[in-house]
Write a protein that binds this ligand. Structure first.
Ligand code: HAM
Length: 412
């Protein structure tokens, strides 16, 4: 038997319902904030991710589904959505209009990670990218949007917030950090040692206790922000305070992707185990430029849909829809034609062969249908149908025209 690849999952039944419920709420919330849909290809030129997510990141360095296609192109299955949306934004020359553009998207992402609960190799993200707005209020508005989605789903979270600085404050800080890290290099783990020269701020993300102790006294970028970053960070915090969103400043929050500047944030759930980050995002004011566009401020976030799946509850499904039951051979095609007409308005199930009412009723019950429509010889002769409400058990005989209004709830 062929099974799905390790770290990849089919989504059906209960999971599919949760997925749909999530998307309904997320898309509705995005639209209410003025966002429109964008869909970008899963496969992109590898260079796109090298130049955005960053060669020194784990995602690019270790986890990419990368291969050479039949045309000898170096391609990659997207590990995240931001890079593709920025590529599309620049390719469509939207950067030259000086306007604001707000997009939402959802779809599969691919990271060759070690699978465990909440960590898959194919997973789905719902993402948001906002271009052209430099105000810190946009950062706060996006954080509020993610919070709203979780609130509407009844998911509890905590919010971690940090500022990662900009190209005015980061270079001096990084230079000093590298010097300090080089001094203690021998005492750090291999990953941290490698990061000293590739991406020194990422050392603060190290989960190794002994590294954390060694790094404890080193300054974080948040301690040495330039005036503009400091004032924007204060602005985001004040805006969140104003709208009642609780957060914790986490100076160790550095994010796993290289493109962030200024605000960075993560939503955490304590109810789902070790992989507790349910959403992450931040500002990336330099990314459009570094992908050959005109300088454009931007900010976004993405929610991991599988991560929150266990936290989404589905209401018990009420009976709904119509089940059409041909009770004699002659009624089979008549029922088929009736199903076509009813399906324009109502969810309709159809028995394909003539069976006893008892057998059809069983099938209708399995579908959780509300209405049972039986058509036998008598009904064919009279031009009527036998209608039964499977909840109240009431039954009656009526014409097809009456049936249509009855099942739409027009006739009591
Ligand atoms: P990220 O933090 O790498 O950010 O991923 C966002 C979310 O995707 C995570 O918080 C997590 O819920 C989910 N996720 C990540 N990896 C996995 C995995 N292996 N299995 C299941 N879920 C996973 C980004 O991807 C950025 N593009 C977010 C962003 C948008 N920043 C600005 N705009």
């Amino acid at each position: 038997m062929i099974t799905a690849l390790r770290g990849m999952k089919d989504i059906h039944f209960e999971d599919a319902k949760k997925f749909e419920k999530f998307l309904d709420i997320a898309v509705d919330t995005a639209k209410k904030h003025g966002f429109s849909m964008i869909e970008t290809p899963i496969l992109e030129e590898t260079g796109l991710f090298l130049r955005s997510v960053g060669e020194s990141s784990d995602i690019v360095g270790k986890e990419m589904y990368r291969f050479t296609d039949k045309g000898e192109n170096d391609v990659c299955m997207r590990p995240e959505g931001t890079a593709g949306v920025v590529r599309a934004f620049v390719e469509k020359k939207l950067d030259r209009t000086g306007g604001e553009y707000r997009f939402y998207y959802f779809g599969p992402m691919y990271r060759y990670e070690r699978p465990q609960k909440g960590r898959l190799r194919q997973f789905h993200q719902f993402g948001i990218e906002s271009f052209g707005e430099s105000s810190y209020l946009e950062d706060a508005s996006l954080i509020n949007m993610a919070a709203m989605i979780f609130d509407r789903l009844g998911i509890k979270y905590s919010l971690k917030l940090n500022s990662l600085g900009c190209d005015k404050c980061v270079p001096t800080y990084k230079k000093e950090l590298v010097e300090r890290l080089t001094e203690i290099s021998a005492e750090l783990c291999e990953d941290c040692q490698r990061r000293i020269n590739t991406n020194p701020m990422r050392v603060f993300d190290c989960k190794n206790e002994s590294c954390q102790q060694k790094l404890f006294s080193l300054p974080r970028i948040t301690d040495v922000l330039c005036e503009e970053c400091e004032s924007d960070f204060d602005g985001v915090k004040a805006a969140l305070n104003k709208i009642g969103i609780t957060y914790e400043v986490d100076k160790n929050l550095v994010r796993g992707l290289d493109y962030y500047t200024k605000t960075a944030f993560e939503f955490i759930s304590t109810e789902i185990g070790a992989q507790s980050s349910i959403a992450g995002g931040g500002r990336y004011d330099k990314l459009v430029e570094s992908l050959d566009g005109r300088a454009t401020p931007a900010v976004g976030f993405a929610i991991g849909i599988e991560r929150i799946s266990d936290l989404i509850t589905i209401d018990e499904e009420k009976r709904g829809g119509v089940y059409i039951a041909p009770l004699c051979e002659e009624a089979v095609l008549y029922a088929f034609d009736l199903s076509k007409r009813l399906r324009q308005e109502s969810v309709t199930y159809l028995g394909y062969s003539a069976k006893s009412p008892k057998n059809h009723l069983k099938a209708a019950d399995k579908q959780n249908a509300l209405w049972f429509v039986g058509i036998g010889e008598k009904e064919l002769q009279e031009g009527s149908v036998w209608l039964k409400n499977l909840e109240t058990k009431e039954e009656c005989s009526l014409s097809v025209a009456e049936l249509k209004s009855k099942i739409q709830g027009n006739v009591k």
